[in-house]
Design a protein around this ligand. Sequence first.
Ligand SMILES: [Zn+2]
Length: 371
Amino acid sequence: MHIEFWYPDTAMHIVNQTEVDFLVDADHWKIVKTLMDENNLNYEIIFQNLQEDIEKQLAGDKNSTDKHSYTKYNEWHKISAWIARIAKKNPKLVSRIHIGNTFENRPMYLLKVGKPSGLKKAIFMDCGIHAREWISPSFCQWFLKEATETYGKDKNMTDILDNMNFYVLPVFNIDGYIWSWTQNRLWRKNRSTISNSSCVGVDLNRNFNVAWGTIDASKKPCDETYCGSSAESEPETRAVATFIRKQLSSIKAYLTMHSYSQMILFPYGYSYEKTMNHEELNEIAKGAVEAIESLYGKKYRHGTSAATIYPSSGCSDDWTYNQGIKYSFTFELRDKGKHGFLLPESEIKPTCEEIMLAVKFIANYILNLTD
Ligand SMILES: [Zn+2]
């Protein structure tokens, strides 16, 4: 029997008195139900028929000839064309940088956003490191929309982009993202093949060179949190890490977008120890969640990854932090499990709007730092 964990990521992380979201195949659900009844576990069935909900998520239109839209989930070919187009249409504000290729040899482009001028601070932001978390790439696209549409009109956005650059990677895990559209909606890892195993894919957010392969990263290729054969074994991780290493003197903050569970997390994930600037990070995260709540009243939790969710190693925000990027945050976007990864398209706009406030809050904080 196969049980796929949605939250937490693996069975290892289940602790007493907490909620767990998981998927069980139709052939086995009666056994699972009986076991839960016998053990007096409270449960709720969220999806009676997951396939129906997967189809419903796309708001009824599967018309792949449709244009790119900021309020719909876009297939990779649309995002890829959009990346080229938005840079071409906004040459004074946006440029496209090739940072490497994926396992399946697709080019990875990031978008540099900001008014070109001498030495500037920068924020690196990536979306879509986990394939099935579709709301995450939606946010990176939304960010570009807001930046290009409000620069020169909105004073704060103009200030931010005059004085700071954003490096935005719209989809970190392109191969996995495509797989989640074409083969398995709930795919998480990348698509690299592994010698001596028939299982495919590495969890890119366990593949960074920080406490690699120690806590909660699986060495088993078939697991959802398989950390790869070595740190930075994956071309996607290597591309991002290489770019960040080259830009370390300018990158002051790192933001990485995931879903779901509504949280803003900061280092460490691999240890319960507090970072040097723990109190400061906690204050920034608190300000960011307050900004989010101010719009639609959505509550996000905040805290260190290890204490708020569970310890894990090889994660991108711990790695950037230890490279010297002292403002590193992991966002977990909507929702809290009602739809999970299948967040309806009607929630793309409000989610992006509230997260935009948090990102601007952090950007303003970085902008006002004196050093
Ligand atoms: Zn994730």
